[in-house]
Design a protein around this ligand. Structure first.
Ligand code: FES
Ligand code: FES
Length: 175
């Protein structure tokens, strides 16, 4: 079945089964391989994209559900919103292996659309993506940095010492 998709501001046509997950359409048909496959069950968040600026997990989103949506992937985020989030990621050296990071960045951009200056608690509640390397403390710092770069006040931060944050990140990564 043919579907018209709007991805990163461009129009595409694909001919696929309606149940095909958006993740595979992006990766295999449109060659947008920045969106990663992790669990395939909507749990890890490595496949996070935006549908009409809201974070969505592409592995459990059938292509038939998104024909009317504005789809944004990691490849199109900076041209749509500016590069503050990616710049903050670089400045805080957030990635370790990097596999989870496109999804983390997309989840962050969606969070900052709703909360200009999220607190640590709001970050932990909203960003449910998993990182096997345990880079959560660096990600949290990068989110605060991106919020400030976007003009958020940066309030509500309950930042603990770098040492204790890194320790916590290791524990979460080991979970
Ligand atoms: S691959 Fe989609 S949530 Fe894990
Ligand atoms: S940086 Fe390796 S899984 Fe997150």
């Amino acid at each position: 079945m043919k579907f018209e998709l709007r991805v990163n501001g461009r129009q595409f046509q694909v001919d696929v089964d309606p149940d095909t997950p958006l993740l595979w359409v992006l990766r295999d048909h449109l060659q947008l391989t920045g969106t990663k496959f992790g669990c395939g069950k909507g749990l890890c968040g490595s496949c996070t994209v935006h549908l009409d600026r809201r974070a969505a997990r592409a592995c459990v989103t059938p292509v038939s559900a998104v024909a009317e949506s504005e789809i944004t992937t990691i490849e199109g985020l900076a041209s749509r919103d500016g590069s503050e989030v990616q710049d903050a990621w670089v400045a805080e050296q957030a990635p370790q292996c990097g596999y989870c990071q496109p999804g983390m960045i997309m989840a962050t951009a969606a969070l900052l659309d709703r909360h200009a200056a999220p607190s640590d608690e709001e970050i932990d509640k909203s960003i449910t993506n998993l990182c096997r390397c345990g880079s959560y403390p660096r990600i949290r710092r990068a989110i605060h940095r991106a919020a400030q770069a976007r003009g958020g006040a940066g309030g509500g931060t309950t930042r603990r010492s770098e040492e204790s944050e890194e320790e916590e990140g290791t524990k979460r990564g080991d979970a």
